[in-house]
Design a binder for this molecule. Structure first.
Ligand code: PBG
Length: 339
């Protein structure tokens, strides 16, 4: 290289060379800002009725649905790996789904059965239950459908009933994923009235009307049912201020934790929410994000493990305190083996 070029670069950098810190493995570790541990993960678990069965999910490679007895073993492994909490999502038989999602208030529904079983068998892991109606409606919406409209307040009443049976069953955190107005305040009031003052609320605060939920709908069996779309209650992907207003209201209504969903395409929202409100802030790396990584890896287009870890670290960098991720178990195993 010519003498002239190093003089030119020195003239530009004034001898400030950022690459010095990147030279060695030890120096890179020394200046590293963010780290990922199993404490950062919340593991979603798909559950089905019956016993001793595990089913594949076509659109989600390496993710299964489990009967409650089999799910217990999965949750034990998650606990042993240091994952702090799990989030069950049920796929119930079609005869249990109706227009108002009435199964949500059945104290023996699949979510409650799972919650009781986990509390008994794995008491030291947190259980975060979703009180949205979609697993239980015949039309796949998160609320009650009347004359082609998702009616807000009747939906909130159903969601409150679901939250109460879930808390009775032992749920630690109620996490409504529906985006109905006023549901956080209504749930808080009802929980307190029922003596569940210690049950927390993690609000799906900024949930976007996203195309990334496709595989999940196959997993819980709403893919063939959903009529229309969810644009009248989820946030428009073109909006950012809307998410801030949702957060303001959820926090005022009593949310203990807020969440952004989907994850990777909405890291700007995670960062904004964390900076603005300073709340415990979570991100949901959703099914479509998971399946894109897994299927590209299966095709040999990317290094799956590397991209998985990079994507999870990105949430930390954006300000998330934790990540709901279908990669939770695999990532926790990898972190454990790395010591
Ligand atoms: C609905 C709900 C959704 C997800 C969890 N609960 C979205 C939807 O079906 O519209 C998505 C999760 C995922 O894609 O991983 N309340």
């Amino acid at each position: 290289m010519s003498q002239e070029m190093s003089e030119i670069v020195d003239a530009v950098t004034g001898s400030r060379r950022l690459r010095r810190n990147r030279r060695f493995d030890w120096s890179r570790r020394l200046v590293q800002e963010y780290t990922l541990t199993a404490n950062d993960f919340i593991l979603p678990v798909f559950i089905i009725e019956g016993s001793n069965r595990e089913e594949d999910i076509g659109a989600m490679p390496n993710v299964s649905r489990y009967t409650v007895d089999r799910a217990v073993d999965v949750v034990k492994e998650a606990r042993d790996l240091g994952i702090p909490a799990i989030a069950p999502f049920p796929n119930v038989s079609i005869d249990k789904r109706d227009v108002t999602g009435s199964e949500i208030s059945n104290a023996d529904n699949l979510i409650c059965e799972f919650t009781r079983a986990i509390k008994k068998a794995v008491p030291d892991i947190g259980i975060i239950t979703d009180s949205a109606l979609d697993p239980f409606t015949s039309h796949g919406h998160d609320g009650v459908l009347r004359d082609g409209q998702i009616v807000n307040d009747e939906s909130v009443a159903q969601i409150v009933k679901g939250s109460l049976v879930q808390a009775d069953a032992g749920s630690d955190i109620i996490a409504p994923s529906d985006m109905m107005d006023g549901r956080i305040g209504a749930i808080r009031l009802a929980l307190d009235d029922a003596g569940h003052n210690d049950v927390a609320i993690m609000s799906y605060t900024a949930k976007y009307a996203s195309g990334f939920y496709g595989p999940y709908r196959e997993a819980i069996g709403t893919d063939g049912l959903l009529q229309g779309d969810k644009k009248t209650y989820y946030i428009d992907p073109a909006n950012s201020e809307d998410a801030m207003r949702e957060a303001e209201l959820d926090i005022a209504e009593g949310a203990d934790m807020v969440m952004v969903k989907p994850g990777m395409p909405y890291l700007d929202i995670v960062r904004r929410m964390k900076d603005t409100f300073g709340m415990p802030t979570f991100a949901y790396q959703v099914s479509g994000e998971y399946s894109m990584i897994e299927s590209a890896a299966a095709n040999g287009y990317i290094d799956g493990e590397r991209v998985m870890m990079e994507s999870l670290l990105a949430f930390k960098r954006a300000g998330a305190d934790g990540i709901l991720t279908y990669h939770g178990m695999k990532a926790a195993r990898l972190l454990a083996s790395a010591g």
